[in-house]
Design a binder for this molecule. Structure first.
Ligand code: ATP
Ligand code: MG
Ligand code: MG
Length: 355
């Protein structure tokens, strides 16, 4: 049978491997850490670094198509693979998503508004940018940040507060974003198939704590016109990237209506986990369908849903949750619990009032 290669062996790779298996595909994981969450559900694992060219060549030889579950796959590795086997989403999407400055420029080109932002490569750049933003902004590393890591918030800062910050942030390229006083955060999970067809899930409202996603809620209760135009923007982004697969786009809803795009992930997304419980076709199956060249599934929702992450010690309440009706639990099989580590999630369903 056909085999799908997945770079990255975390929980997203695990859920992709399960979805691939259900559609009759084998799944080969490339992941340096043996006994990773994905390997437990995959057909096999190649234990090697993501940029190990010999391992990538082996992966290409064993698979009909290769995808990935995290956005920091080295772009060189993805391009090397793409010389041997189809790689979806296209390496260009990785390249754009890996650098917040490139990402914002790409979004702007595609007609999608973002927060005002400034490239920061020194304390002097930061002082100038803080002056432009009235001293309020979020300073982020351009690369490799996730779960709010590599960020510093400035409130009513003066240019003098910039001193020493560039070095303290690691001496790496930074971006200062104007602080967005959003009324809510939401995300759109969407897919584009090999033939260009698209399918968009309903936008979810997302709540974060300590920089980590806690809950995603559908229906979001947000302004329908704002959500509709964010879905249009997401489809425009898929087209601009020549995308194949599932994408997750994060937005800030503005108090006066409308939105700004925050960032996108070229992969299945934590804020789309509710789809496995509340839709006939989950984001994971949708992604496998897209990269395998199958018809996309119906993204319609049959229930209202609230997805919650189980982070660190919270995983201890998992067994008690199983007593609840209309609750779907998903544990990632991680052997070690650490603070801030995503250990699993659950989705509570309820029936929409009109049905
Ligand atoms: P993820 O785990 O989603 O990849 P990340 O580390 O890439 O997160 P962001 O999504 O950029 O980080 O930011 C994390 C959170 O910080 C956002 O969800 C939002 O709550 C807040 N935030 C980020 N940028 C801004 C901004 N410009 N103005 C106000 N709040 C912001
Ligand atoms: Mg991010
Ligand atoms: Mg984010």
């Amino acid at each position: 049978g056909a085999t799908i290669g997945i770079i990255g062996g975390g929980q997203l790779g695990r859920m992709l491997a399960a979805a691939a298996g259900r559609l009759g595909y084998g799944a080969v994981i490339l992941e340096p850490q043996a006994d990773c969450p994905a390997a437990q559900l995959a057909s096999s694992q190649i234990v090697a670094a993501y940029d190990d060219h010999a391992a990538l060549t082996t992966l290409a030889a064993r698979c009909d198509v290769v995808t990935y579950e995290f956005e920091n796959v080295p772009v060189g590795a993805a391009r090397h693979l793409a010389d041997h086997v189809p790689v979806f989403p296209p390496p260009r999407a990785l390249e754009v998503a890996q650098d917040r400055l490139v990402e914002k420029r790409f979004l702007t080109e595609a007609g999608i508004s973002t927060a005002r932002h400034f490239s920061v490569d020194s304390d002097a750049d930061l002082a100038a940018a803080l002056a432009e933003t009235g001293g309020c902004g979020v300073l982020k590393t351009r690369r490799l940040g996730y779960d709010g890591k590599g960020q510093r918030v400035f409130r009513n800062a003066s240019p003098a507060d910039a001193e020493g910050v560039f070095a303290a942030m690691g001496g790496v390229p930074l971006i200062l974003e104007a602080f967005v006083d959003f009324s809510a955060e939401f995300s759109v999970i969407a897919a584009r198939g090999l033939n260009g067809e698209t399918a968009t899930y309903e936008a979810a409202r997302n709540e974060h704590r300590d920089g980590i996603l806690r809950r995603s809620v559908v229906p979001s209760g947000l302004d329908p016109a704002t959500l509709a135009s964010a879905r249009d923007a997401t489809v425009a982004l898929l087209e601009a990237l020549g995308y194949v697969g599932v994408i997750g786009v994060e937005f800030f809803a503005l108090p006066a209506g409308g939105f700004l795009a925050n960032e996108f992930a070229p992969r299945v997304h934590n804020s789309g986990h509710w789809t496995e419980a509340a839709c006939d076709v989950s984001q994971f199956e949708q992604h496998i369908r897209a990269v395998a060249g199958l018809p996309l599934g119906d993204p319609a929702r049959h229930s209202d849903a609230v997805m919650e992450n189980l982070i660190g010690d919270e995983v201890a309440k998992a067994t008690a949750l199983l007593a609840e009706p209309r609750l779907l639990l998903n544990l990632y099989g991680k052997h070690e619990t650490r603070p801030g580590r995503k250990m699993g999630h659950f989705t509570r369903l309820s029936t929409p009032p009109h049905s």
